[in-house]
Design a protein around this ligand. Structure first.
Ligand SMILES: Nc1nc2c(c(=O)[nH]1)N[C@H]1C(S)=C(S)[C@@H](COP(=O)(O)O)O[C@H]1N2
Ligand SMILES: [Mo]
Length: 540
């Protein structure tokens, strides 16, 4: 590359090549299930980052999503994460090739064997960038379905191809550098032609590859085998006299809408369900491996459960309710017989996530449950198939999905998010939310007009005694409560407000079963979960 090849051209070529590389890798992941190193690199980065920085990044993302009203927090955040992963990867590849171009420009430009030198050095670039990426994917990727040799060969070929393309680009750009004034205009034309060719080839690969990858990627999971019951008609409180105010969220979350949060950029870890076993290790009389059939052989128990992410903002959408079915952990304890010195279980998951639960908690509460079904169908992949745990009264961060091993240990340890600065206990904070001020559903009651206001209140397994509503800073008035689906689900409340025209401010608070009032002081989600009073303004 001579003096006429501007830095701008070099950067432009680097970006084009990096985009094509990324799209090819993405297409391979979608078409044949090879690893997508961009996601693996991002997982590596996210896991290595200090907890505070990571939380700051996630917070920023969630706040942006909420501020811009970009849709459900969980899906949008996952998409944002994936776009950031792709951006980081493209950036790294582009920077690598720009560095390569500038080194080659200094060392090779005058060499007579520029073509061979370009291709060889390009191959070296491919190796220097590709080999670490392949190592990261080899050790971190949990989603690839292709055979390891296929993945290896494909990644090696794509990175080598990218390196060769960079080498060839260097050669073409440098070969066309003008050596004398007279050739200047002809070579400039050549260079422009080559750049146009490079641009269109790279753009085609990028668009086709990205499209193909996206198209083939999310093969929808098979329809549920036998949904036993998903309709509200069978819910335990159908006959309750208090009906939700119009616009209140569904009391029983449709499974497709249940929130989903986990640490995996590229999707759930793949688990071979055919050969799955749960390993029980550590301080037990009988270390063993339990098959799914064995676990399902115990008397099943079903519980309606509301679960929330500790990152759920006040009135956020990271909270849902469904029917959980599984085996009480007490049955498992009877089977494996913990040794006297065992005090906790370290629960390990296929994606590297882990948490710890005390044996005392299990002994005192039969409802701690190894869960294999949700909404009367086998647990879905994204929600932790084949096994996850339920521990009453705790935020989702304490409840691993995709469980592979339970190690009985003597001393408490910090779990995945606790090591990253979140609450050690993560007991849920009581919360209450206004879902609707249903002005359009106003109705006449004797001589007054009433407007139904409604929403949810939840205090984990501690239960809700009372919900109160306040209008324009006036007295707190008691709302009606619908009987909840269970003692661990949210309660639907409703207040039919004597209507007055104008703009009004509505606030809600709840009181737990034992009389503890909801914390009114405003706190953000980190480290212990959000608190504060939810209020909305509306002109009616
Ligand atoms: N293995 C594993 N389990 C996990 C997580 C994870 O990242 N990996 N995330 C936890 C968090 S933070 C939450 S809020 C819940 C969410 O469960 P859901 O996605 O099924 O709603 O899963 C928990 N269990
Ligand atoms: Mo969470």
């Amino acid at each position: 590359m001579g003096t006429k090849t501007s830095t701008g051209t070099i950067i432009w070529a680097g970006i084009l090549l990096a985009a094509a590389l990324t799209a090819l890798l993405f297409a391979g992941a979608g078409a044949v299930g090879t690893p997508f190193p961009a996601f693996d690199l991002f997982d590596l980065t996210a896991r290595a980052l200090p907890g505070g920085l990571l939380t700051f990044g996630i917070d920023l993302m969630v706040d942006t999503i909420r501020a811009l009203n970009l849709g459900p927090t969980d899906d949008t955040a996952k998409l944002a994460e994936q776009l950031m992963a792709v951006g980081l990867f493209v950036l790294l590849a582009a920077v690598s090739s720009v560095i390569y171009f500038s080194i080659a420009r200094r060392t090779l430009a005058r060499s007579a064997a520029r073509r061979r030198g370009g291709l060889l050095s390009g191959l070296v670039l491919g190796g220097l960038f590709g080999l670490p990426m392949m190592a990261i994917s080899a050790s971190l990727n949990l989603t690839a379905t292709a055979a390891p040799v296929v993945s290896l060969a494909w990644l090696a070929a794509v990175f080598a191809g990218w390196g060769l393309a960079a080498g060839y680009t260097f050669y073409r750009l440098s070969a066309m550098s003008p050596t004398a004034e007279t050739e200047a205009s002809a070579t400039a034309l050549n260079r422009r032609q080559f750049l146009i060719q490079l641009g269109s080839a790279a753009a085609t690969i990028t668009v086709v590859g990205a499209g193909l990858g996206a198209l083939l990627r999310n093969t929808p999971s098979a329809p549920p085998e036998e949904p036993i019951q998903t309709n509200a008609a069978a819910l335990p409180n159908v006959d309750n006299a208090v009906s939700p105010a119009p616009g209140t969220r569904p009391e029983y979350t449709p499974l497709d809408q249940h929130y989903r949060i986990d640490i995996n950029t590229g999707g759930p870890p793949r688990i071979d369900l055919e050969n799955y076993t749960l390993k029980i290790t550590g301080l037990v009389e009988e270390p063993l491996e339990l098959t799914l059939d064995e676990i399902q052989g115990y008397e099943p128990m079903s519980q309606y459960i509301t679960m929330s992410c500790i990152s759920n903002r006040l009135a956020g959408d990271l909270i849902s309710t469904t029917l959980w079915t599984g085996t009480s952990m007490q049955r498992i304890l009877e089977r494996v017989k913990p040794l006297p010195e065992a005090a906790h279980i370290k629960i390990k998951a296929a994606d590297g996530f882990d948490e710890v639960v005390a044996l005392d908690v299990i002994r005192q509460d039969e409802r701690v449950m190894l869960t294999y079904a949700w909404d009367n169908e086998p647990l879905r992949e994204r929600h932790g198939a084949p096994l996850r745990i339920h521990i009453p009264d705790l935020y989702g961060m304490k409840q691993p999905k995709w469980i592979t091993e339970m190690e009985f240990i003597s001393a408490w340890e910090e779990g995945y998010w606790v090591r990253r600065g979140w609450d050690k206990e993560a007991r849920v904070r009581a919360t209450s939310v206004i879902d609707t001020v249903a002005a359009e559903a106003a109705y006449k009651d004797s001589d007054r007009m009433l407007i139904p206001i409604g929403g949810i209140a939840w205090a984990g397994a501690r239960g809700i005694a009372r919900v109160e509503v306040q209008v324009d800073g006036g007295d707190w008035v008691e709302a009606q409560l619908r009987s909840p689906l269970s003692d661990k689900t949210w309660v639907i409340w409703r207040y039919d407000w004597p209507f007055e025209a104008g703009e009004h401010r509505f606030a809600v608070r709840c009181i737990e079963s034992d009389g503890t009032p909801q914390i009114e002081m405003v706190a953000g989600v980190r480290p212990s979960g959000a608190t504060g009073i939810h209020s909305v303004s509306k002109t009616v």
